[in-house]
Design a protein around this ligand. Sequence first.
Ligand code: ARG
Length: 460
Amino acid sequence: MVLWKGRFSKELNHEVNAFNSSLSFDHRMYKQDIRGSLAHAKMLCKQSIIEEKDYEEIVEGLNAILKEIEEGTLLFDPEAEDIHMFVESELTKRYPVAGKKLHTGRSRNDQVALDLRLYAHDEILEIKKMLVNLIHTLTDLAEHNLDTIMPGYTHLQRAQPITFAHHLMAYASMFLRDIDRLEDVDKRLYVSPLGSGALATTTYPLDRPFVAEELGMYDIMYNSLDGVSDRDYAIELSSALATIMMHLSRFSEEVILWCSWEFKFIDLDDAYATGSSIMPQKKNPDIAELVRGKSARVIGDVNTLLTMMKGLPLAYNKDMQEDKEALFDAIDEVKLCLPVFTDMMATITVHKDKMRDAAARGFINATDCADYLTKKGMPFRDAYKITGELVRYCIEHGETLETLPLDVYTGYTDMFGEDVYQAISLETCLNNRAVVGGPSPKIEMENIHRINQKVSGYCD
Ligand code: ARG
C-alpha cells in the first residue's frame, strides 16, 4: 500500500517501484523501526497529541507485527517501498484509525536516521563481544608461549629476539583499540534525530528528550537539518570496521606466511584449512586468505559512504538510501570474519622448535653483542662496527655468534671475555628486554593481566 498516494493521479510504474524500494535490504531494521515507533507513540500520547486508546492499539499492533515477523508468519511485502512503509501500512490494516495516527509529527527522514542509529548501536555491542573473545583467545595463547622464542622482524628480515607471546599481544593491543574506537563512535552515534521531521521539525509539541530517554540514547540532535542528513556515524563506524579488517588482514598475512613450509612456525587445525582439487599434498590457509580479501570490500564500503555524501546539499536526499547496503556489508563482513578467525587461532599448533631454529639463525643477537661491548665502556658506534665485522666473518666462515671461538672475538677487541656467550644467548637477550612494553616473559605476563582486566570491563 502506497501511503503518499494523495498528490498523484497515476499508480507508480512497476519498475520504478522496484527501483525505488529499499525493502530488500532495510527489512533487517524491522526491530529498530518498531522500537522507535513505540517510543514515538508513547511520547505522542504523553503530550496528548494522540489519545490513550489509539496509543494502546498502536502498541498492541506493533508488538503483534514484531512477533509475527519473528515467527515467520508475517512476510515482507516486496511491493512496499521500505521497512517504515511496510510496518506502518501493516499496522493501519489492523487498526485503521490508530495506525494512521502513528506518523503524526514524524517523517521517514528522521525515522530512517533513527532506525539506522539504533541498528548500528545494537551491532556495535555484538561486534565488541566478538573482539573480546578474540582478545581472550590471544591472551590464552600468549600465556602458553611466554618463552617461545622467535625472531622479531623488520623489513621481513630477522631483527631481534622476541616471543610468540609478544607477537600475539601486539595484535591483542590493536583489537583493544578497536573496541575503544567502537565505543567512541557510539558516543556520537547513539543520539536521537527523531523530531527533526522532514527537515524543519514540526508544529506539534513533541518531547524529543523523552523519546531519546525511552530508547536509552545519550542525547538528542540539536539541529533538525543535521538530524535528518548527518551520516557521519555511518562513515565513522564503517571506518572503525575497516580498521578492524585491516588488523585482521595483517594478522592473516602472517598466519599465511607462518603456515608455509618456508616458515612452518604454526600449523592450522585440519578443520580450519582446505585442500586442493589437484595437488594431494596441499593444505591451504583459505580462511586467512579470505579474511585478507574481504578487508578490501570493507575498505571499499567506507569509500562508498564518503563518496555518496560528499556532494549532497542539505537536507535529506534519496542518495542516502544507499548508506545502508554499504554499512550493512561492512558490519556483516566483520561479524563473519571475527568468530571464524578467532576459532582458527584457538586451534593452531605452535611449532616452538621451528621458531627457535629461525631465531638461532639470522644474527638476531647482534644488537646484544654490540650492547655487551658498550656496557664494557666502548662507544656504541664502535661496538656496532666491530659486531658488523664479526657478523661478516661468521657469514664467510659458516659460523654463528654463539659458535664463534673466543680467540676470534678477542682478535677484534680484548674487551671480549668468556661472558660474551652468556650475554648473547637468546634467553639472556629476551629476559633482559624487561622495559615496559618489552618481550621479557615477566613484563609480558603483566601486560596479559592488564589487557585481560581491561577486557573484562568491556563485557559489562
Ligand atoms: N528508504 C528511505 C531511506 O532509506 C527512507 C527515507 C525516505 N524518505 C523520503 N523522503 N523519500 O533513506
